[in-house]
Unconditional design. Structure first.
Length: 257
């Protein structure tokens, strides 16, 4: 379990100036980020996001076309044989738990929401397999793709927020935007710093940047466009507020090879 560790000290005004610079740099690199999970409806994105837990988007995108050909909507998936679903989604890992989650989720959609995905945070997080991250993915897609019946602007009172996955967690801590380690606490810190109109695309931009530049094992700090805005750059991406003893030992071992 990660331990909350204090990062570098800076004034609130300075941190907000850095955030503005980070937002501008990411927007220049990714002017129109799109949801990486392939989908044709809110239902397909909901199921794909549940399947993406502990799995790459690429694997999910290979699995879902066959899944949705066999079970094209919540009514069909609600009546599916678990063994069949398990086999179809096996490559995503944890396939038994995920199969139960998506089948039960579909049943609840049919029984409680007329087979529609509800555009409401409280209703979404009550569905099996759905937490704030999954719900926020849907709200981000709704805004970017202009889904009918869903909110196209974000505001703090509506309960929605910022998607926090492993990339967003890693980058927000490297950039010293938060000292927290739990997703919901990180989300609260980011929501305080990032304007609501940027929430949807900010998380997507961080995710793409985390895959391409600020990777977990080999961050490209020397050529990073955020280098001047990142307190972790002098530490090659492994600052003392994040590095465990094991990580430090691993890095020292790499240098001696």
């Amino acid at each position: 379990m990660p331990v909350r560790t204090a990062g570098p000290q800076e004034s609130e005004a300075r941190r907000r100036r850095r955030v503005r610079g980070i937002l501008e740099a990411l927007k220049a690199r990714y002017p129109d980020p799109q949801i990486p999970l392939t989908h044709r409806s809110s239902f397909e994105l909901l199921i794909a996001t549940i399947l993406s837990a502990q799995c790459t988007d690429e694997t999910v995108n290979r699995v879902t076309p066959q899944l949705f050909r066999r079970f094209p909507g919540p009514q069909a998936l609600a009546q599916a044989d678990l063994a069949v679903v398990e086999e179809l989604i096996r490559p995503t890992g944890f396939f038994r738990q995920k199969a139960r989650a998506i089948v039960e989720c579909s049943r609840r959609l049919v029984a409680e929401h007329g087979g529609e995905v509800p555009p409401d945070m409280e209703a979404l997080v009550r569905l099996p397999g759905v937490g704030r991250k999954t719900a926020n993915v849907l709200f981000a897609a709704a805004e970017i793709e202009r889904w009918p019946g869903w909110p196209h602007t974000r505001s703090r009172p509506d309960g929605t927020g910022i998607v926090v996955d492993t990339h967003v967690t890693r980058l927000s801590r490297r950039l010293s935007l938060t000292e927290e380690v739990e997703a919901e606490a990180i989300e609260r810190d980011l929501m305080r710093l990032v304007p609501p109109e940027e929430w949807s695309r900010f998380s997507l931009r961080l995710i793409y940047f985390g895959r391409e530049v600020c990777t977990a094992r080999d961050p490209r700090c020397a050529t990073c466009p955020l280098r001047r805005l990142c307190p972790s750059a002098p530490y090659e991406g492994f600052p003392p507020w994040m590095v465990s003893a094991a990580r430090g030992a691993a890095r020292r071992g790499r240098r001696t090879r």
